[in-house]
Write a protein that binds this ligand. Sequence first.
Ligand SMILES: Cc1cc2nc3c(=O)[nH]c(=O)nc-3n(C[C@H](O)[C@H](O)[C@H](O)COP(=O)(O)OP(=O)(O)OC[C@H]3O[C@@H](n4cnc5c(N)ncnc54)[C@H](O)[C@@H]3O)c2cc1C
Length: 379
Amino acid sequence: MSQIILIVGGGLAGLTAAGLLHRAGVGFKLLEARDRLGGRILSVDATGEPSGDGFDLGPSWFWPGLQPAMGDLVHLLGLHYFEQNSDGDVIFQRMSREAPQRYRGMRQDPQSMRLVGGTGAIISALAESLPAQSIQLSARVTHVSLEGQEVVVQYVDGSGSSHKQRASHVLFALPPRLLEAKVLFSPSLDFATSERWQRTPTWMAPHAKFFALYDRPFWRDAGLSGTAQSLVGPLVEIHDATTASGRAALFGFVGLPAEQRAAIGRDAIVAASVQQLAQMFGPQAASPLATLFKDWTDDPLTATADDRAGGHPSSDRRPWVNGKWRDYISLAGSETSLSEPGYLAGAVEAATRTANEIISRLGRSERQAFAPSSEVSRA
Ligand SMILES: Cc1cc2nc3c(=O)[nH]c(=O)nc-3n(C[C@H](O)[C@H](O)[C@H](O)COP(=O)(O)OP(=O)(O)OC[C@H]3O[C@@H](n4cnc5c(N)ncnc54)[C@H](O)[C@@H]3O)c2cc1C
């Protein structure tokens, strides 16, 4: 029988689990549906391409004092981080017919931290420590079936070919709601399990982020931190997104609900956001070098239609898998964390706990290197 552990999902959780299995000498293969690693972590350059010195279209912040799991991993990987800029005054925009108000800023507590290079730096560092042949990109899992003591995982590659991979255990490192919506289980999951997965909100999936890039952080010259809040919109919460290397930017969360964003369209949102930044930060903000916009609701490898309603996952100690599947699959995405569900730290915690369970269950004598056993057929 195959002793391969299959990891589905190459975000922070999947790569953390892969790193632990690898260090423990456990053979694994990781399947990632996208043509890149990182999942919700996405650091890009001015053209929107993934970059090692990027702007964070997904998560920007972590709080090492509050979230030791994330802080420890950052230290272990030798990554550097810096404080989210909050030096200077903040701006509050209450009504469109009223000039925005300026207030004295307060030091953040707890202080949000950003990774040098962008949050994607943690993904690159984790991936570098793993054997490249154990990671397969553009591999979207569609079906999972139980055959005797083995799990057979079916996935589609970038050219549409369908493949099968056998494994002794599958670790799903993706949001439970997405897993329930997109992957078919045979035999079916019991009703309580699939209902719980479906009801678990995917953190930040309903959100969209906008960036305006500038040649210099001109707002700092005016004594502004770049932090702003607005009751007018479309941006409701704005921050300085200047990189550690000095590439200047402001970013904001778009406050419009997903349906409204879809109706208005990307171009109109971008134009209105630039106009709003100019109202709040002055005429220099009206001419960004470039803009970036990412609507996570439109990302089929993050959000489902149910995510439009929003919500935060809550910590829940009940097992995520029951019935026939209990001994064959585990859930390890951030939303399944016991301590920080939905956050980066949650992905690290859930993946660490789940990988360690697998490692101790296997025992050293049963560990073996991965030997591929895939069957190819055209979908
Ligand atoms: C806009 C935004 C801002 C955020 N801000 C913060 C923040 O500041 N601080 C913070 O702590 N957290 C933040 N978060 C949350 C943080 O991004 C997540 O907690 C974390 O990245 C989740 O990691 P994960 O590996 O569990 O899941 P994901 O990153 O979602 O990874 C799942 C992976 O599975 C893959 N996948 C999906 N379906 C399949 C399939 N069928 N087959 C194969 N692969 C599949 C996906 O492509 C993806 O790569 C933010 C999220 C967003 C979207």
